[in-house]
Structures are given as C-alpha cells and as structure tokens.
Ligand binder design. Structure first.
Ligand code: ASP
Length: 327
C-alpha cells in the first residue's frame, strides 16, 4: 500500500511538472564529449535556438566526457525523466552497442527520441608540419611512415574512431598508426595543432576554422562526393574519388530524453526542436561549418528511432564481422 502511494505521488509530481514545463529550472543538454568540440558546438547553438522556441526554456550544456560518449549517455539514461536532462549524441548512439558488449544503457529502450538535428561530413586532417600537401602525397606518406605516426580520436565508438578505422582498413599501411584517445576532439585538435599528434578525422563543425586559418592541413572529405556547396571545403576530394571503394561517412546528431519523460514534455521539446531547425541563424551557422539541418520528416521521434535502429543493425553486422570490440 505504502509503495503504491509512493508511485502515485511520483506520477502526480511528473504530471505537475509536465503541466508547468519548463518552469524555472534550466534544461541541461548533456554532451558526452569535452567542451569546444563538434558535438559541444552543435549543442550550444541548438540550446540558443531552442531557448528562442520554447517559452521560458533556459538551455545549458553539461559536458560528461569519456569512453567514447558512453559515460554521458549512461548518465542521461538514469536521469530523472522530467525533461530537464537531455542528451545530444551522434552516430555513437548506434555504434556503442556494437562495440561495447557490456553497455550500461540500451539505446532503443532507455530513451525517449526527440528528433534528429543535423548531418555533418568529416574531414581527414593532419598536423601542419606534415610534408604532404595533396591527398595522394599524404596517403603515400602514411603508407610508408605509419608505424612512426599517431592518429587521435575521441574514444572507442566515437565518430573520429569509426572514421579512422574505416580509412585505415582500406589504406593498408605497412605498420598501423598508434591510436591516441581523448575525451573529445577539442583536446585532440589542440594536440594536432601543437604537433603532438599527426592525423585525425573529425566533423567539419570542428575542423573548418582550423583548416581555413592554416593551423591544420586538410586532405579529403568523407562524403561520397566533394562538398561542392561549401565555400572552401569544395577544394578537397572525397575519399571515394581517391579510390576508397564505398567510402561514405556522414555523422548525424539526435536529441534524447530519459525513458519515461511525460509525453506532454517530449512533445513540447520536439516542437521546440522543429522550430529551432528553421531558425535562419542556426541554419547559417551549420552551413558555414559544413553541416546541414535535417528535414522535417527526420525530426519526427518515430522516424528518428527507426533510423537509429537501422544504424545499430548495420554497424553491429560490420563490427561482428571484424570481431573487434572495445571491451
Ligand atoms: N568529434 C568527436 C567524435 O569523434 C566527439 C566530440 O568531441 O564532439 O566523436
């Protein structure tokens, strides 16, 4: 009886919170990587745009980095489902269940899907001191010197890790590069600019400014075709054009709430997200950074969930075939 009363009280609290949402408490967007990186940038810009579209909404970003994003995702899976703790995660939402056999959350069961946000191509970049200036020279240099070089990534299952793996699998270097994991690609970028690491593959949302200012060298983009609409990324070839069969990698981001978040709240958040993705300022920032906001259809929670389920299957098949896991 006492237990039933406790459950009833919890439900009544959630109903009251749903009616007053967002209230005065800030809405925290958990980014499962370090501050200043590409996921963080998307979250901060999205927070600003959603603050405009959700009356009273005060969005703040919380960085919970580590283990390829799994620590942050796990924190949100266990958070109070009151709409005040959200997760912005990328392709890692689908890659981590394949790579980590002991994961403390279930991507399809432990979250409410709020909608997808954007698609972001990646770029293959190197430290400024590398002797190569074209992709071909770069490739030859890596093939011969792989054993002496290192490649940075944001942890097993991160976008930079997946990209680096796919690229190296087709490159066939004599000796593999050493992988150096970071809590996100913001510190990895600092190490690259400083020459402490040699190579990285990362989202354009983190690399465009560094490429434009010449602080890193860019060699190729990961999309099937070059980014012909971007003001300067269009000068870089796609890996597929350079002979990497079927290479086509774009990183998508989605927004999630803990399972059990009341429908009134998930609907309000989805509505705010849809409107934010129409905000000309947000759209322009994304386009300048080489990214594209998703279409209305992909902001639908059911579409979002269906897409992630498909990606989980696709990545799991590839990882199981390779037999390489993170744990
Ligand atoms: N770009 C990172 C990744 O490789 C994550 C980040 O720092 O946003 O997944």
């Amino acid at each position: 009886m006492k237990r039933l009363l406790v459950i009833a009280a919890a439900i009544l609290t959630l109903v009251a919170q749903a009616q007053n949402f967002p209230g005065t408490k800030p809405i925290s967007i958990v980014v499962p990587f370090t501050a200043g990186g590409p996921t963080d940038k998307v979250a901060r810009d999205l927070g600003v745009a959603m603050s405009k579209t959700l009356p009273g909404g005060n969005f703040v970003v919380e960085n919970v980095a580590g283990a390829g994003g799994t620590i942050g995702a796990s924190k949100v899976a266990r958070a109070n489902p009151d709409g005040h703790t959200l997760l912005l995660f990328h392709i890692g939402m689908a890659a981590t269940p394949a790579l980590y056999r002991k994961l403390s959350y279930k991507p399809l069961e432990d979250f409410e899907y709020l909608g997808m946000v954007n698609d972001v191509p990646m770029t293959l970049i190197g430290k400024p001191q590398l002797p190569a200036n074209t992709y071909r020279d770069f490739e030859n240099y890596i093939r011969t010197n792989g054993g002496k070089l290192n490649i940075a990534h944001a942890g097993l299952g991160s976008a930079s890790h997946i990209c680096g793996m796919l690229w190296q699998a087709q490159l066939e270097t004599k000796e593999a590069m050493t992988t150096i994991p970071f809590g996100g690609t913001a510190p990895a970028m600092n190490a690259l600019v400083g020459g402490q690491v040699d190579v990285m593959c990362d989202q354009t949302t983190n690399t465009t400014a560094q490429i434009e200012s010449g602080r890193v060298k860019a060699f190729a983009v990961t999309t099937a075709k070059p980014l012909s609409d971007h003001k300067f990324l269009r000068y870089y070839p796609s890996l597929q054009e350079m002979g990497m069969k079927g290479f086509d990698l774009t990183i998508w981001h989605g927004l999630y709430a803990p399972k059990g978040t009341p429908e009134a709240i998930t609907t309000a958040l989805n509505e705010a997200l849809k409107k934010a993705l129409k905000d000309p300022e947000f759209i322009k920032k994304q386009v300048d950074l080489g990214a594209l906001v998703v279409t209305d259809k992909r902001v639908q929670p059911a579409e979002h969930k269906k897409f992630v389920a498909g990606e989980i299957q696709k990545i799991k098949t590839a990882v199981d075939a390779s037999g390489k896991y993170a744990d």
